[in-house]
Design a protein around this ligand. Structure first.
Ligand SMILES: Nc1ncnc2c1ncn2[C@@H]1O[C@H](COP(=O)(O)OP(=O)(O)O)[C@@H](O)[C@H]1O
Ligand SMILES: [Mg+2]
Length: 314
């Protein structure tokens, strides 16, 4: 009966029992079905937008960034829609630099990034609309309460006020922040601040969520809530990319794992696919990770030594 774009929204309205709260003034003469349809159409961020039909959530091609030395070195990476992808690598490998370029926070020296089929370097606003970026240090406003912060972020996205309020309530509940919704964020623990930041990043229903070390410094309860929300989103077809030092989290949650060292992707695949890349000892992800990274370091040391000796011989 309805345009397919509205299916999810209508389900949301009906499931939440919001029908009675539909705007009355402008649609007094319309049937309930028509009013539902109009209200659903007002929401700007359709779950079934062209971006949500994209096969690939992220395509990075030949991405490069140098500071005093190359930080991201001709990196290419493809992540399918609906995947949970863990990006691993030693400190300084270039993970944050890569993700900051994807999120439009840092200009690339070269390369292309496509987010849900949108050219992120040309169509920057459209790309940001389908993306959420969650840095490791939560950036929220201390003087605001979680609810005020979510209202503020919804305003930036021009979300319909009713939708924003219901989405905010839903997120606050999922993160266990309901009882603190009206307290100022000032004085919140790192875990609570991170959850407020994450709720803010999710309020516009992004298709691709990028989290840089989201679990660092979180207590066990908060980490569990964050993981549970992320798992729920992936089940709904949202794509998650996460860097983490906690290898067990990658091992348990990720569909695929990418390992970066010195700005290059040195290994990628499911745990099963990566296992043969490690030596005999490769059983846990930690073993696999260390074997691959050490193997790559040895290989690059050998390459450097060879280059030096060739230079000396010339
Ligand atoms: N703003 C910056 N200025 C100079 N060097 C930087 C900057 N950001 C990152 N780097 C360097 O780039 C490299 C990659 O850093 P980063 O992407 O933060 O690694 P990771 O997140 O994998 O730990 C490191 O050598 C780091 O010192
Ligand atoms: Mg980092």
């Amino acid at each position: 009966m309805f345009h397919p774009c509205c299916d999810r929204r209508l389900k949301f309205i009906v499931d939440k029992g919001l029908s009675s709260r539909l705007p009355q003034s402008t649609c007094r003469f319309l049937s309930m079905d028509e009013r539902l349809f109009r209200f659903a159409s007002m929401w700007k961020f359709s779950m079934r937008s062209p971006a949500s039909e994209a096969v690939f959530a992220l395509q990075i091609r030949n991405l490069q960034k140098s500071f005093s030395a190359p930080a991201v070195d001709d990196l290419s990476l493809t992540i399918r829609a609906g995947e949970f992808y863990a990006l691993l690598g030693p400190n300084g490998a270039g993970k944050t630099t890569t993700l900051r370029m994807v999120a439009g926070l840092l200009e690339a020296d070269a390369g292309d990034v496509s987010i849900c089929g949108i050219d992120a370097f040309k169509d920057t606003i459209a790309a940001k609309r389908v993306l959420a970026w969650v840095p490791d240090e939560p950036m929220i406003y201390d003087k605001l309460t979680p609810l005020e912060y979510l209202e503020f972020v919804s305003g930036l996205w021009s979300l319909d006020a009713d939708f924003a309020r219901f989405k905010a309530d839903e997120l606050l509940e999922q993160f266990g922040l309901g009882p603190h919704a009206d307290e100022r964020c000032q004085g919140f623990s790192k875990g609570m601040r991170q959850k407020v930041a994450l709720a803010g990043a999710l309020i516009h229903e992004p298709r691709l969520i990028i989290l840089d070390e989201p679990l660092t410094g979180l207590d066990a309860g908060s980490a569990r809530q964050v993981k549970s929300v992320l798992r729920g989103l992936v089940e709904k077809g949202v794509t998650v990319i996460m860097t983490t030092h906690i290898l067990e989290v990658a091992e348990r949650m990720a569909d695929r794992i990418g390992i970066i060292a010195k700005g290059q992707l040195i290994a990628e695949g499911t745990l099963e696919e990566l296992r043969p890349r490690a030596g005999e000892s490769g059983t846990s992800l930690e073993d696999i990770f260390l074997d691959i990274v050490n193997g790559s370091a040895e290989a690059s040391a050998l390459r450097d030594a060879k280059r030096r000796s060739q230079g000396a011989a010339a």
